[in-house]
Design a protein around this ligand. Structure first.
Ligand SMILES: NC(=O)c1ccc[n+]([C@@H]2O[C@H](COP(=O)([O-])OP(=O)(O)OC[C@H]3O[C@@H](n4cnc5c(N)ncnc54)[C@H](O)[C@@H]3O)[C@@H](O)[C@H]2O)c1
Length: 256
């Protein structure tokens, strides 16, 4: 019960990784706030977690690109629980153009994706940091990726419709630096800020891709969502009390 009674907001909590993160938080006795633009899925995730875990989960609607939406969430949680302990910046907004190869990415689309994802992470971290500073501290974990630090191995995507979007590399590397910036800026305010960088997560990818990807790994290769949860629990818990400005890679050695 590393997270007993801690109120932890997971943006994008209804998503692929977010729902697993919320369940892991509730399993450690925390209150997982499933904060997502997709209200119906967030509600489903929260109900399911509360039925099966020692802690609990609650669904809230959140748009990370709206200051009004973020501040309404902070206000409501403060009123309801009298505290917020941590933010997991985990949502994954992208436009309809997202995922194209470099040659096909337009300037407008590039800027829109950077604005939604990087801008949304900035705005959410900014508003929560200001709340945390006023309330004696808090903990922020920004979801990044190995592609925030390593150059892509494009050959693993050959013969598949997949690519590693150029916007993603720009966004995630900026999130790593945003993490260090915030950690430094809020030193002395009881706020620590870290990023968590998973490698590839198994989600029905084609076999030829998995074979090429896994060659670069140490043991398992592509990971399951649960394989990332332990590292998130570490960063959320007091076991990492003096860790700040760090980027924790969980990739079975892929980026080496
Ligand atoms: N899945 C992976 O392989 C992987 C690997 C490394 C890092 N990551 C990172 O983990 C995080 C989560 O990824 P995922 O694969 O679970 O994504 P996902 O698409 O499954 O889930 C993202 C969630 O974010 C929500 N969302 C989108 N726009 C939003 C907004 N404006 N406000 C609030 N919520 C919004 C969506 O409704 C969705 O529920 C992302 O930061 C991603 O870059 C994922």
């Amino acid at each position: 019960m590393q997270l007993a009674d801690k109120v932890i907001v997971v943006t994008g909590g209804a998503g692929f990784l977010g729902a697993k993160f919320c369940a892991a938080i509730a399993e450690q006795g925390g209150i997982a706030v499933v904060a997502d633009v997709d209200a119906a899925t967030a509600e489903r995730v929260a109900v399911q977690i509360t039925a099966t875990c020692p802690g609990r989960a609650e669904a809230v609607v959140l748009d990370i690109t709206s200051a009004a939406s973020i501040n309404a969430l902070i206000r409501d949680l403060q009123q309801k629980h009298g505290r917020i302990d941590a933010l997991v910046n985990n949502a994954y907004p992208r436009n309809r153009e997202y995922g194209k190869k470099l040659e096909e990415v337009t300037y407008d689309s590039f800027c829109e994706n950077v604005g939604l994802h990087l801008g949304g992470y900035f705005l959410t971290a900014q508003q929560f940091s200001l709340y945390f500073r006023q309330h004696g501290g808090g903990n922020i974990i920004n979801m990044s990726s190995i592609y925030g630090t390593m150059t892509p191995r494009f050959e693993v995507y050959a013969d598949t419709p997949m690519t590693m979007p150029v916007e993603y590399a720009a966004i995630k590397s900026a999130i790593n630096q945003l993490t260090r910036y915030f950690a430094q800026y809020f030193k002395g305010d009881g706020i620590r800020v870290n990023s968590l960088s998973p490698g590839g997560i198994l989600d029905g990818q084609p076999e030829p891709f998995l074979r090429k990807y896994n060659i670069h790994c140490s043991s398992k290769g592509m990971l399951d969502p649960q394989d990332v949860c332990g590292s998130l629990m570490y960063l959320l818990s007091d076991a990492s009390l003096y860790v700040t400005g760090h980027n924790l890679l969980v990739d079975d050695g892929f980026s080496l």
